[in-house]
Design a protein around this ligand. Structure first.
Ligand code: MG
Length: 158
């Protein structure tokens, strides 16, 4: 049976943090705040994949209070999530995600993001969609208070 999942995540932009999006470090004056590397794009994808197989969200698998996973790469989170799908006999077909961020320019980094996300999930890069849009200077992404991302995933589950 083909099943889909949806994911959404948001993180604040703060001083003194690296900006990591789609598993790629991107030069920027500020980064996203969080217990992990705060890779908002990977988190949305992880929740989409988990949703497609009826599992709880990533907070269940990676509790924010767990000191052993502080600073964890979100690519590792994607690896675990892909393992959950395989454990249920599922086959992940594709994921697609959109990042909402006013700055910096994301497009130059997209090929590497697709490659790294694909590697973590066991997907070829052409089955990983990564797009970005600004929020036209409106709301929290527009004021650069944070970034958000949404994603969908398609999984074949026996
Ligand atoms: Mg998150």
């Amino acid at each position: 049976m083909i099943r889909t999942g949806i994911g959404y995540d948001v993180h604040r932009l703060v001083e003194g943090r690296l900006l990591v999006l789609g598993g790629v470090e991107i030069p920027h004056a500020r980064g996203l705040e969080g217990h992990s590397d705060a890779d908002v794009l990977c988190h949305a994808i992880a929740d989409a994949v988990l949703g497609a197989v009826g599992e709880p969200d990533i907070g269940h698998f990676f509790p924010p209070g767990d000191e052993t996973i502080r600073g964890i790469s979100s690519l590792e989170i994607l690896r675990v999530v892909a393992g959950v799908v395989r454990g249920k006999g599922g086959v992940l077909h594709n994921v697609d995600a959109t990042l909402v961020a006013e700055r910096p320019k994301i497009l130059p980094h997209v090929p590497l993001m697709k490659e790294r996300i694909g590697e973590a999930l066991g997907l070829p890069a052409d089955r990983v969609g990564v797009k970005a849009t600004t929020n036209e200077r409106m709301g929290f992404p527009g004021r650069e208070e944070g970034m958000c991302a949404m994603a969908v995933a398609c999984v074949d589950v026996p």
